[in-house]
Design a protein around this ligand. Structure first.
Ligand code: NAD
Ligand code: TYD
Length: 350
């Protein structure tokens, strides 16, 4: 039996990874560690919270003492580390929070692993989930590969780059079995409505302006979140120690084109006249240091581990819109802040 600690499991991608592992591997014990920041929402895991192979522990990864105590008792076989501060705009306002969680928090986990897995490094695995933003920005052409030099620009990407370097350093220095994946922008259900796609869906639904930074010319490579979770599953089980994999959708969209497509889908779903939602598009001041273009070359993952994205973007975006429109309670709880009481209701007795 494998006992796996998944950090950040109450967040957007983490909840999809936890769900996948709990459902697909009934023999594994999945422990979800999360601080439940504004981005953590245990309601994301309502459907699996009573499964016998799932448990939750509320811990802040910047708290080294709490992490060490957990490892002392935990006897984990592996860690899949997703907990992070994840929003570029917030990192511009408050970089220190990103250094604390993304850098110090990751080092705290690595130190615990180093201490409590001593002598067993080759049997245990530390999987670090990272972003393509560590590679910096592309011009009109080219793609990020696993050998692209790191060149982060935002405080968020600088903190993720730093944590990637620490993970590699612990592999090279102490021989820990570490694996890293760097993924492009994800979209799908349970995405916090501060990021472009869920924010736009929520605003269009409520007839509020849809803010497009600058001229909307920036390009992102979008991947269905469940395809990311499947890639993590495949890499976790099959990658060789020390390896890095890029994960991406081969699905580049200029922000403004994406927003127009989203407006079209929303018009259809809400029974509005075509073009009505697009009237909400509002060009606003550009993000400072806004990376022009991201594009991932995931050939290594496709060829070595047979992973390919499963969904066309139009289909995935339509499914995403449908999810937000049918899960109004989730969305209103998140936008009102009510979701933060879910933990008290569900977990105070545990
Ligand atoms: P998210 O913000 O939705 O979730 C992050 C989770 O981490 C939340 O549940 C939060 O409560 C938890 N957390 C934050 N600080 C913590 C702390 N100090 N201790 C314990 N838990 C803490 O983020 P996401 O979009 O799901 O991203 C998950 C991971 O994937 C991150 O490491 C991110 O860098 C990476 N990633 C994200 C994307 C994307 O498009 N969202 C793409 C590539 C990689
Ligand atoms: P975001 O979802 O914040 O992800 P990231 O910055 O990690 O790529 O932003 C995606 C793109 O959308 C990015 O180019 C910034 C842009 N954007 C807007 O134009 N308006 C918005 O309100 C937001 C949140 C983002």
């Amino acid at each position: 039996m494998k006992k796996i600690l998944i950090t950040g499991g109450a967040g957007f991608i983490g909840s999809h990874v936890v769900r996948r592992f709990v459902n697909n591997y009934p023999d594994y014990q999945i422990v979800n560690l999360d601080k439940l920041t504004y981005a953590g929402n245990l309601a994301n895991l309502k459907d699996i919270e009573d499964k016998p192979n799932y448990s939750f522990v509320k811990i802040d990864i910047t708290d080294a003492t709490a992490i060490n105590e957990l490892f002392k008792e935990g006897d984990f076989d592996a860690v899949i580390h997703l907990a992070a501060e994840s929003h570029v705009d917030r990192s511009i306002t408050d970089p220190t929070a990103f250094v604390m969680t993304n850098v110090i928090g990751t080092v705290n986990l690595l130190n615990a692993v180093r201490e409590y897995w001593k002598g067993d490094y080759d049997k245990k695995r530390f999987y670090h989930v990272s972003t393509d933003e560590v590679y910096g920005a592309l011009g009109e052409t080219g793609m990020f590969t696993e050998t692209t030099a790191y060149d982060p620009h935002s405080p968020y990407s600088a903190s993720k780059a730093s944590s990637d370097h620490f993970v590699r350093a612990y592999h090279d220095t102490y021989g820990l079995d570490c694996v890293i994946s760097n993924c492009s922008n994800n979209y799908g259900s349970h995405h916090f409505p501060e990021k472009l796609i869920p924010l736009a869906i929520n605003n269009i639904k409520n007839n509020k302006p849809v803010p497009v930074y600058g001229k909307g010319e920036n390009v992102r490579d979008w991947l269905w979140v469940e395809d990311h979770a499947r890639a993590i599953d495949v890499i976790f089980h099959q990658a060789k120690t020390g390896e890095t994999y890029n994960i991406g959708g081969h699905n580049e969209w200029k922000n403004i084109d994406l927003i127009h497509l989203l407006c079209k889908i929303m018009d259809q779903k809400l029974g509005r006249e075509e073009g009505e939602s697009a009237k909400l598009i509002t060009f606003v001041t550009d993000r400072a240091g806004h990376d022009l273009r991201y594009a991932i070359d995931s050939t290594k993952l496709q060829e070595k581990l047979n992973w390919v994205p499963s969904l066309q973007f139009e289909e995935g975006l339509e499914k995403t819109v449908e999810w937000y429109l049918t899960n109004e309670e989730w969305l209103s709880n998140v936008t009102s802040g009510n979701y933060q009481s879910y933990y008290e209701k569900q977990y105070n007795h545990k």
